[in-house]
Design a protein around this ligand. Sequence first.
Ligand SMILES: Nc1ncnc2c1ncn2[C@@H]1O[C@H](COP(=O)(O)OP(=O)(O)O)[C@@H](O)[C@H]1O
Ligand SMILES: Cc1ncsc1CCOP(=O)(O)O
Ligand SMILES: [Mg+2]
Length: 266
Amino acid sequence: MQLPFIESCFHAFKDQSALVHNLTNDVAHNTVANVLLACRASPAMVHDIQEAPDFVCLSDALAINIGTLTQTRLNSMLATAEMAHSKGIPWVLDPVAVGATAFRQQACRQLLSLQPDVIRGNASEILALAGMSSQSRGTDSGDSVAAAHAAAEALTQYAKVVVVTGEIDWVTDGMNRWAINHGHPMMTQVTAIGCALTALIAGFVGANKKAMAQAAVTALCYYGQAAEHAMQIAQGPGSFYIHFLDSLYALQATDVSQQARVTLYE
Ligand SMILES: Nc1ncnc2c1ncn2[C@@H]1O[C@H](COP(=O)(O)OP(=O)(O)O)[C@@H](O)[C@H]1O
Ligand SMILES: Cc1ncsc1CCOP(=O)(O)O
Ligand SMILES: [Mg+2]
């Protein structure tokens, strides 16, 4: 399905060269930065509570990822998210492995109270965040995306847009729902590909504040298509990662729009 908003959201993102402030995890820093750079956005990792709330005011968007959470980091995340929200700077929550421990659940409850613009997680994370039972395996999902549709819907009481990723990604803003059929299973064999997607979605919503759900759908089409192109030449996870960055760098608005496999449910 060709959707006119894909080209406009893509161009807005590229034109802005969005500065994305990341409070992300230790595993993901390098990949998040490389993905954003390949997409022509600007990454910044600024963690300390002494400066993160100030730095976010200079940014187009904020991505918060609880992958390697500590109490010190959580304090900084809460202060920075609060600042972002008060300044109208969009922020995205990635609730990595939220179902695994009480600390993560409690942290996410506090973060949800600061009204993220977007939540992006795999199916198990979205189920757990909504208080439903899930089958996660550490940071990986053990649930289908379809099993998390209702959970995503429930979470729209906390966020404007909820994104569930997996074989067929799902986006809801509580009024419309989009299914995005792109990507490749190889994406699950390279760590932090989900974390980097969260940062990319932050960049897209930062550049498209009035169309956040459409911006998230566009980011998912772009990301999934880049993976498909990369897999035409990759031979395993290592070469996939390299070709994935190259494909993110090369893809153009018309490619992403013309090849989009998106189903809209109104
Ligand atoms: N089986 C799959 N087929 C195609 N794409 C997938 C598959 N599983 C995950 N992806 C893609 O991988 C990216 C990361 O999603 P996911 O693996 O759900 O996140 P996380 O790494 O946080 O668990 C998304 O772009 C998603 O579309
Ligand atoms: C392995 C691991 N452990 C804590 S965070 C992290 C990275 C998770 O990355 P992703 O959610 O993108 O698979
Ligand atoms: Mg993840």
